[in-house]
Design a protein around this ligand. Structure first.
Ligand code: GLC
Length: 564
């Protein structure tokens, strides 16, 4: 038995606006989720993480919240939410909410007050600063510092009313909350307790390693070809980050065992993650690190760097080793901010899509940590064939495109090439439920087009097909539940210098598992110690009809899990 239930659990992420539309407005909603809970129960996941459903102007699809204690009418009501939560619990699953408290919406009542006057009691709830010394407020270059925002443009917005600027690391409609102010922190904790009292089982914490800033807000280094300074040294894992998370833990989670907390932490290092997830420190249970999803991005954001398997294994192996004794890993290939796993790390051609999607699932789910499945990944859904920038809806894609073309001298084709491969809208096209119109997602015009491949990739077909990605994922989840070495075993990487095979063992007491994934469309022999003995061990799982022979030669995109 593991010490924490989430060590043998699998989490499923729902992006509500793209999951299922029940009220026929082209946008997913809570009733749509309720209608499809059996899909998730059949898959066997333990936890559902809902991307934000709170009241929001939807500038960043709900990651801009104007009321933390209500449901956006697009998605439903608190009553429907309670019904959803009951439906989840009745099926033996748990539900965690997205907690977006690095920033609120500029339409939140807190910000309306804060911006109303310099001496408003909530002025200090956000980061207000006068213009740079000697500069005229509101003129170009007069921003308090040189930081750029993640979605393009400066990280400061001038506010006519009081003649000062406010900080927004994301869009202008996402002003950063000032966590230095204890009232802000207490307001957040109170809201979190309110949701836990309602019955939710924990939180996924949005960019939670950005909440503490160096209060001097110093200029950042300007990289070649870039317009703005990179302020991340001052706000990634800032001076009081650990203190704030410990305080949150005490104020919110004390006396409530069994909750799950996962911190989204772009730029977090292994050493920091060890501290964040050390249970004796009481901060969070696990973090989302970004090293492996940034491995194919170079210094120039508008150049695609081909990903080498040795680099990927180096990164994930370092995370496995780093958190082996203290702390815990989250495992993910994709989410609502990343392109589709099979298109990025596998081969989404009709010939290899199914095999490579299963192989990727195997390599991830058999590692030590808690796996996260993003909606549609269990079907092997792929990237979308974007024709032009007009096909994108994501504020990040549109903002970065405008900045790159208008101010940084890039060509539309260069930027589009990267957005096609990496853009977040790849993950946000509607869930493909069936071969009916609009993939069964909606009866109306969907807010983002359905991938045209829904006729051959959809849940209805896959649930009927025992060889589908869906049923393979079901077995992967089942293995985590039933084989203790998957949840608790130690991890040893094999063949670190091999560019074609991802191979490792897991060991617990007398049981050893061998996992190998072939990242190519060619047969490859696994040159590991003991190959012959392993080839006659019990084959727990493979994704091709033919098992590897005595010499352990894996077929195209083949994955194997042996046990002895
Ligand atoms: C996180 C979310 C992303 C959002 C950003 C700002 O990275 O996952 O979707 O745009 O934070 O809230």
């Amino acid at each position: 038995m593991t010490d924490f239930w989430w060590k043998s659990a699998v989490v499923y992420q729902i992006y509500p606006r793209s999951f299922a539309d029940a009220d026929g407005d082209g946008m997913g909603d809570l009733r749509g989720i309720i209608n499809h809970l059996d899909h998730l129960a059949e898959l066997g996941v333990d936890v559902i993480w809902l991307s934000p459903i709170y009241t929001s102007p939807q500038d960043d699809n709900g990651y801009d919240i104007s009321d933390y204690r209500d449901i956006d009418p697009l998605f439903g009501t608190l009553e429907i939410f309670d019904e959803l939560l009951r439906g989840v619990h009745e099926r033996g699953m748990k539900l965690i909410m997205d907690l977006v408290v690095n920033h609120s919406s500029d339409e939140h009542a807190w910000f309306a007050e804060s911006r109303s006057s310099i001496d408003n009691p909530k002025r200090d709830w956000y980061w207000w600063r006068p213009a740079r010394e000697g500069m005229e407020a509101g003129t170009p270059g007069a921003e308090p510092n040189n930081w750029g925002s993640v979605f393009g443009g400066p990280a400061w917005e001038f506010d006519q009313k009081t003649g000062e600027y406010y900080l927004h690391l994301f869009s202008t409609k996402q002003p950063d909350l000032n966590w230095e102010n204890p009232e802000v922190r207490e307001a957040v904790y109170d809201m979190m307790r309110w949701w836990l009292d309602r019955g939710v089982d924990g939180f996924r914490m949005d960019v939670i390693n950005m909440i503490s800033k160096d209060v001097a807000l110093p200029d950042g280094r300007i990289k070649a070809g870039s317009l703005y300074g990179d302020g991340s040294d001052a706000y990634i894992n800032g001076p009081r980050n650990h203190e704030f998370l410990r305080e949150m833990h005490e104020r919110v989670f004390a006396g409530r065992p069994g909750m799950l907390t996962v911190g989204e932490m772009p730029g977090v290092t292994v050493d920091e993650a060890k501290l964040f997830t050390d249970q004796s420190r009481g901060e969070v249970d696990m973090v989302f690190q970004f090293d492996h999803v940034w491995a194919d991005r170079g210094d120039d954001p508008w150049l695609l760097v081909p990903l080498k398997l040795t680099v990927l294994k180096g990164i994930l192996g370092r995370w496995q080793a780093g958190l082996a004794a203290t702390g815990w890993n989250s495992l993910y290939w994709n989410n609502h901010d990343q392109p589709r796993a099979v298109s990025r790390y596998g081969d989404d051609s009709p010939e290899h899509r199914v095999a490579s999607a299963k192989m990727l699932g195997t390599v991830l789910h058999m590692q030590r940590g808690t796996p996260y499945i993003y909606q549609g990944e269990e079907l092997g859904m792929t990237n979308y064939p974007f024709a032009s920038i007009a096909d994108f809806r994501d504020i990040e894609a549109l903002g970065q495109y405008a900045q790159a073309i208008e101010f940084e001298g890039r060509t539309p084709e260069q930027v589009l090439t990267v957005l096609r491969a990496r853009g977040r809208d790849n993950a946000r096209t509607p869930m493909q439920w069936s071969a009916e119109a609009h993939a069964g997602f909606t009866t109306a015009h969907p807010w983002l087009p359905v991938n045209p491949n829904y006729l051959s990739i959809n849940a209805a077909d896959e649930r009927d097909d025992p060889d589908s990605v869906f049923h393979y994922y079901r077995r992967l989840i089942e293995l985590r539940h039933t084989e203790p070495a998957v949840a608790d075993g130690d991890f040893t990487m094999l063949l670190p210098n091999d560019e074609r095979l991802y191979a490792f063992t897991r060991r617990l007491a007398g049981t050893e598992l061998l996992v190998i994934g072939n990242f190519t469309a060619e047969p490859v022999r696994a040159d590991i110690p003991d190959a012959a003995a392993w080839s006659s061990a019990e084959l727990l799982l493979t994704n091709l009809a033919t098992p590897p022979g005595d010499d352990l030669t894996l077929g195209p995109w083949q994955a194997v899990v042996y046990r002895r």
